[in-house]
Design a binder for this molecule. Structure first.
Ligand SMILES: N[C@@H](CCC(=O)N[C@@H](CS)C(=O)NCC(=O)O)C(=O)O
Length: 216
């Protein structure tokens, strides 16, 4: 089978989750880096009518939605497995991905990370402090709940890396760049987990572009 081509704008945490999945499997892939805004082009919308990132092509097979892509990668490259065999751990993994997709990304990261980092640094927009303030209750709930679910375990769904870690690590790593994320994560087990995740080659090999990192 041909190599997997991954389409996305570097810096996107959903794109990074897919790249990390491929790195963890040591699969051969090629990143087709897009410019901001290119995901709304007619050519891209033909493949992804919702105009979101990422999308993969494997031969003639085109697939979008990060969860679906990670599950496909997991079936194509079985080792190491991304889904725990234990049913309760697998359910926990799915729950945590749901927390990201329904609460953390749309209500917290898409507001706070956008207004603190992406907007001002990439698009030249002003920070909307009121929007950030309004997102804080949900931010507190998400971080407290993810921290509770992690508990003393090494990974979010138990003893081994799972899709939950791949989805959440890029999101929380980006959130940690904001003062709000930095202070909510401070002294939590989630912060220690993020440090461990940041030491994995799959995180090191998929760093955000310089402009979206704290030193910028
Ligand atoms: N449900 C989608 C969400 C992907 C998503 O929202 N990606 C963001 C980038 S991190 C995006 O495409 N934003 C561009 C936009 O909303 O126009 C998935 O899981 O792939």
């Amino acid at each position: 089978m041909s190599e997997i081509v991954v389409h996305g704008v570097p810096g996107s945490p959903f794109l990074r989750a897919v790249q990390m999945g491929l790195e963890e499997k040591q699969a051969t892939y090629r990143l087709q880096a897009m410019k901001p805004g290119e995901h709304k082009s007619i050519e891209y919308l033909e493949k992804h009518p919702f105009g979101r990132i990422p999308l993969i092509e494997h031969g003639n097979f085109v697939l979008y939605e990060t969860q679906a892509i990670l599950r496909y990668i997991d079936s194509e490259f079985p080792e190491p497995p991304f889904v725990p065999k234990n049913h309760q751990a697998a359910a926990r993994m799915n729950q945590i991905i749901g927390i990201n997709d329904w609460y953390f990304f749309p209500k917290v990261a898409a507001v706070i990370v956008f207004h603190r980092i992406v907007g001002p640094r990439l698009l030249g927009t002003a920070t909307d402090e009121a929007a950030i303030e309004a997102a804080m209750p949900m931010a507190r709930t998400c971080i407290a709940e993810l921290n509770r679910l992690l508990g003393p375990q090494p990974f979010l769904a138990g003893d081994n890396l799972s899709m939950a870690d791949l989805v959440l690590a890029p999101q929380l790593d980006f959130f940690a760049e904001t003062p709000e994320g930095d202070s909510l994560l401070a002294h939590t087990q989630l912060e220690d987990w993020l440090d461990r995740m940041n030491n994995r080659p799959s995180m090191e090999l998929t760093l955000r572009p310089e402009a979206l990192r704290w030193a910028a």
